[in-house]
Design a protein around this ligand. Sequence first.
Ligand SMILES: [Zn+2]
Length: 139
Amino acid sequence: MGLSRSDLERLADDTYKGRILQSSVYCERCGYNLRTLPYVYTCPECGNEYNARPLKMKGIFLPHSTRMPVGDIAASAFSLGGALLFGINGIRSADTTRIVIAGMFLLMSLPFLWRAYRGLRRLAHTRAVARQIAMEEGE
Ligand SMILES: [Zn+2]
């Protein structure tokens, strides 16, 4: 009989289920301090389900996990710049090849733009939660 990955996850969760968080760990959604609550539980402030077991850390605020999406912003700027350059050039010279290339650059920029947008939103959320934590800890 083999143990599946989810069986192992459940076993690992069970070993932490009765334990109480001894140090300050914060809710990912609202920044509530979860100290003195169980490792695997629901945030009493916002209802966010969390798992603070080491290696799992689901629903837990991790300030270092969110960075400025520099690569996606640069790739967006590059592909939008290419689209603009070929587009303007193609329209001015009535060159369909350049207009098609502009379209390809534009298409290429979409996933980067989406990822940059998601990254920036995540960053804004993380900063808001960090401010919330700082405010509550300062009281
Ligand atoms: Zn919460």
